[in-house]
Design a protein around this ligand. Structure first.
Ligand code: ADP
Ligand code: ADP
Length: 233
């Protein structure tokens, strides 16, 4: 089934007398269980496309259909509800609450989703265990390494069982070895049936995805399957 479908979406930013055509006409379909990397030079429209796919923003024209629902013209409140239900976000800078423990950070989306405390704790522990951090549940971010912080953020993205995981430069703040560890984790999530979309400008990171979409000047330049899909370890 199709999770994401954009139909000729464009995005224009108006700044005074200047109009920036950040996306020109993007038509793309992504099915459940795909692992896609968006690549492209700075200014090619990656962030703008991610913001639309993540229901953080709406296109100027064209349609965006997420799980069969037309998201293109939703209000900010409707978009917020879609985000909470459907999307797990992973950021370059982790975006964890510094005074909260791993468990509290991971449980946060479940508060908005209306789970009671016992269920929140149980689900958050499960998510932490699934990223290999069951023994760090009561640590705060500053007591964790960069890779561990990103794992907490990934557990938080997973805890609501979202339709898609959107990762914006997920290895941008990590050293090489830790970056590969995080990619191994993504590969595991992918093999478990999760749909993953990541933005990266690093070729060796994009190689982990099974499909690579390259943007240039607000258009899709190429969209192809990675030749060497890695063997599952
Ligand atoms: P990338 O993520 O590939 O670097 P962006 O989507 O951030 O590309 O930007 C695409 C183009 O749109 C760039 O020219 C950028 O300067 C412009 N742009 C992005 N966001 C805004 C904004 N909020 N206001 C004005 N221009 C923007
Ligand atoms: P990234 O490092 O993910 O490519 P960018 O530097 O492109 O991020 O953009 C960071 C944020 O600033 C984004 O939310 C984007 O929409 C916004 N932005 C990018 N370019 C401009 C611009 N020219 N004017 C205003 N906002 C912009």
């Amino acid at each position: 089934p199709t999770v994401i479908e954009t139909r000729e979406i464009s995005k224009k930013y108006v700044m005074g007398s200047e109009v920036v055509h950040a996306l020109k006409s993007i038509t793309i379909q992504i099915n459940r269980g795909e692992y896609v990397a968006f690549m492209g030079p700075s200014g090619s429209g990656k962030s703008t496309l991610m913001n639309i796919v993540g229901a953080l923003d709406t296109p100027t024209s064209g349609q965006y259909i997420l799980n069969g629902k037309d998201v293109s013209n939703m209000t900010e409140n409707e978009l917020a509800e879609i985000r909470n239900k459907e999307i797990g976000f992973v950021f370059q800078t982790f975006n964890l609450l510094p005074r909260s423990t791993s468990l509290e950070n991971v449980a946060l989306p479940l508060i908005y989703a209306g789970y009671n405390k016992a269920d929140r704790t149980e689900r958050a522990m499960q998510a932490l265990t699934s990223v290999g951090l069951g023994d760090r549940a009561h640590h705060k971010p500053n007591e964790l390494s960069g890779g561990q912080r990103q794992r907490v953020a990934i557990a938080r993205a997973l805890v609501n069982d979202p339709s898609i995981i959107l990762a914006d430069e997920p290895t941008g703040n990590l050293d090489t070895k830790t970056s590969y560890d995080i990619m191994d984790l993504f590969e595991k999530l992918y093999s478990q049936g999760n749909t993953i979309i990541m933005v990266t400008h690093e070729e060796d990171i994009a190689e982990y995805a099974h499909r690579v979409v390259r943007l240039r000047d607000g258009l899709i330049e190429t969209d192809r399957l990675n030749e060497h899909i890695r063997s599952v370890q």
